[in-house]
Design a protein around this ligand. Structure first.
Ligand SMILES: Cc1ncc(COP(=O)(O)O)c(C=O)c1O
Length: 357
């Protein structure tokens, strides 16, 4: 069976050495030495100032909203994984959807401007499939309207924009280190926080709001990463360059072979790519279904990312409509994409897809 993605498992002996270390010192969670080590290494590797590790990418978003004190309305994209929107709703914030650019698949800055009201406290944008947003326009709009900016950078590990990490834009960027991601720690996530003064607050928030044995200044939660997850992260980080170059090969073969058959995502020319996904847009939903059926019959399972468009979620009131996002979400499929996808298997996927078209 070939799935849309496959978890990268690093060398078992190396992981076992970390497990031995954990057993020796008996420290399994609560900001242990491996979490601290991973934070340090990731900050250096990614070129960011402050990084706070957490238990997953969804709580990273929630902690970001609470750290910045977001309330009221937040302008966001309807074309993302459901956690981008549901994390707002569970924190009592109303998502106001701004439609996307049909080529880049990212939020359209013109639509952001139209969606801003006096109740808007922030813009929550996503670097969809690792394609950097128009960070400069978003920054300018935020400045003009005095809004905070959060980037859901769950897909944007190791992406640079104009020579620096894309994670440095906005007030806070969040990452997901779920097992399916380019870089992972089994489950996990992170916040990249630009304002040094807010880092301490985020650290309290991930630990029940506790400052010390006698003070609990904030309403917090439990969002801590544990030592076994950090150990996995450290092992995967050692191999990240290898992982990326293997993925690049997969990406290039798809690009060369499928050019002219399907529409590709238009990449930000000022940014690097991390080869984390391979989305293809078909002419119609019928065409997509035909391809999906043909692949499924051969035990190959691409995913309809992102479907449905989040402006159709039943729990969002009042109802909103983003026609471009709805249209694209019906016609987009992410093809299998991972470091050890065999060339023969990939060629088989390509042949089946072309045949179905
Ligand atoms: C864009 C986006 N945001 C948020 C998340 C949530 O991350 P996690 O699964 O680590 O909670 C994901 C996860 O896949 C995602 O793709």
């Amino acid at each position: 069976m070939i799935n849309v993605t496959k978890t990268y498992l690093p060398n078992k002996e190396k992981y076992k050495q970390y497990v031995d270390e954990i057993y020796t010192n008996g420290w399994v969670t609560n900001n242990g030495p491996l979490v601290q080590k991973l934070e340090k290494r990731l900050a250096e590797y990614l070129g960011v100032k402050n990084i706070v590790l957490v238990s997953n990418g969804t709580v990273a978003l929630e902690i970001a909203y609470r750290t910045l004190g977001l309330k009221g309305f937040v302008v966001t994209t309807p074309f993302s994984f459901v956690a981008t929107t549901s994390s707002l709703v569970t924190n009592g914030i109303l998502p106001i959807f701004a439609d996307i650019d049909p080529k880049t698949l990212n939020i359209d800055p013109h639509c952001i401007e139209q969606a801003i009201t006096p109740n808007t406290s922030a813009i929550l944008s996503v670097h969809v499939f690792g394609n950097a947003c128009d960070v400069e326009s978003i920054g300018a709009i935020a400045k003009q309207h005095d809004l905070k900016v959060v980037y859901d950078a769950a897909h944007a590990f190791d992406v640079e924009h104009k020579g620096q990490s894309v994670l440095n834009y906005g007030d806070i960027s969040t990452l997901s280190f779920h097992a399916t991601k380019l870089f992972h720690s089994i489950e996990g996530g992170a916040l990249i926080i630009n304002d040094d003064a807010l880092v301490e607050k985020a650290r309290y928030l991930i630990n029940f709001g506790i400052k010390n044995a006698e003070e609990i200044p904030h309403l917090g939660t439990n969002a801590k990463m544990n030592e076994f997850e950090a150990a996995m992260g450290l092992c995967v980080l050692d191999d990240i360059e290898e992982i990326q170059s293997a993925r690049k090969k997969v990406y290039e073969l798809y690009t060369n072979e499928l050019c002219g058959y399907v529409q590709f995502q238009e990449q930000n020319p000022d940014a690097t790519q991390n080869y984390s996904y391979f989305p293809v847009v078909f002419e119609s939903e019928e065409q997509l279904q035909k391809v999906q059926k043909a692949l499924n019959e051969q035990d190959i399972f691409p995913r309809r990312y992102f479907y449905p468009s989040l402006d159709t979620l039943s729990y969002i009131e009042p109802k909103q409509q983003c026609s471009i996002s709805r249209e694209i979400s019906k016609r987009i499929l992410c093809l299998p994409m991972y470091a050890d996808l065999l060339r023969d298997d990939q060629l088989r996927i390509i042949t089946i897809l072309k045949g179905a078209l």
